[in-house]
Design a protein around this ligand. Structure first.
Ligand SMILES: Nc1ncnc2c1ncn2[C@@H]1O[C@H](COP(=O)(O)OP(=O)(O)OP(=O)(O)O)[C@@H](O)[C@H]1O
Ligand SMILES: [Mg+2]
Length: 241
């Protein structure tokens, strides 16, 4: 079951060099930018592992952030059809509940949102290739969705290798690495500018990916604050229908 690109006139699949590198923060900023364009924007997190009980409700903070940054009024269940309690690899979190992740409903959830939205921002899970069940991983999901990929590079030692491995994997799946964002996860990282220059050169020249920006470590990484670090011209190119 493929997501016909006509379903999502505009959209992207946000992946990262690892877990906890800023995919949700960047996805929320992208959704906010889409809203500033007057578009109906929808965030989608196909699978979320890690629920917290807040005021008697089980919530996932990624799902909540994407829902709040979407301009369409969405429920948590629309943003994420497959939430699991344990904060661990998704197929393990599912097993802990005696469940399995069903792949096709993840695509259907994206179809349903794309049918209502002008722009769909899908946040991946962890890095690019995370197992979902015995047959599928998150790269299969990205492939079936067919959206351009945005790579969030968590800036720390080792990120060049992770960024290039991810870029190669995106290409091997027949997808376009449309853009990348450098996000500060280690404010003490030395030679940040030299690393960014290398990423610009390699991801730009070899993969054609647009550099969307370098996000500083922010006291409060709201969608607006993160968006202030992203390049409007790059965003226009990313979301050009
Ligand atoms: N630029 C930043 N400045 C300050 N805090 C940040 C920044 N980027 C991310 N964070 C914080 O770092 C943590 C991880 O970021 P985020 O949740 O966006 O990562 P992720 O890649 O989506 O993680 P996951 O793999 O769990 O989905 C969060 O607490 C987030 O608020
Ligand atoms: Mg996240």
């Amino acid at each position: 079951m493929d997501l016909n690109p006509a379903f999502a006139a505009r959209g992207c699949f946000v992946t990262g060099t690892d877990t906890e590198v800023g995919k949700t923060r960047v996805s929320a900023a992208l959704l906010h930018w889409c809203a500033t364009q007057g578009w109906r924007s929808a965030g989608y997190k196909p699978v979320a592992a890690g629920l917290e009980c807040v005021d008697g409700q089980w919530i996932n903070t990624d799902v909540q952030a994407l829902r709040l940054a979407s301009s369409l009024p969405l429920s948590d269940a629309q943003v994420c059809p497959s939430p699991f309690r344990a904060a661990c690899a998704p197929h393990i979190a599912a097993e802990l509940e005696g469940r399995r992740i069903a792949f096709d409903p993840l695509l259907q959830g994206a179809r349903d949102l794309a049918a209502q939205a002008d722009a769909l921002v899908v946040e991946g899970v962890g890095g690019f290739v995370v197992p979902l069940d015995a047959e599928h991983d998150t790269a299969d999901l990205a492939q079936a969705l067919g959206l351009p990929v945005v790579l969030v590079v968590g800036l720390r030692l080792g990120c060049l290798n992770h960024a290039l491995l991810t870029a190669e994997s995106v290409r091997a799946r027949g997808l376009r690495l449309a853009a990348w964002v450098g996000n500060t996860v280690d404010p003490a990282m030395p030679w940040v500018e030299a690393n960014l220059a290398t990423l610009r050169q390699r991801l730009g020249a070899e993969f054609g990916a647009v550099a969307l920006g370098h996000v500083a470590r922010l006291a409060d990484p709201t969608p607006q604050a993160v968006l202030a670090h992203l390049d409007p011209a790059g965003l226009q190119r990313l979301f050009a229908a």
